[in-house]
Design a protein around this ligand. Sequence first.
Ligand SMILES: [Zn+2]
Length: 138
Amino acid sequence: MSERNVGPASPESGPFWEATRERRLVLQWCTACEEPIQYPRSFCPRCQASGSSLEWRDASGLGVVYAIVVEHKPEAMGEESPYAVALVDLEEGVRLMTNIVGPDALSATISTGVRVTWEPLEDGRNLPLFEVSAAKQV
Ligand SMILES: [Zn+2]
């Protein structure tokens, strides 16, 4: 189970968190602009469209590292696998603050290809994190 800090779901981000129960990464889109909206909100920041002009779409879960900082934990914290805090650019064109986890986490660098992975939360939701994918993108 995750002990990471997960903020409470706001009304706008509710559908995002509901989708994580099925381990689906979804993004809010403006159908007028045909652009994803990050972070979720009640209107499009570009054209002000709201209501039915906004919808949720599945994301590929693939992206590349835009920036990364390795976190060194005190040994007293135990043997949690190494992780890094990163900004990841998703294929869809949005940038997420996330953690890179997994055995290759510390080898990740700028432009490393990553894909979404899931960490279970106590309430049935899943926290989206990222792991290094096989192909390194340049
Ligand atoms: Zn728009």
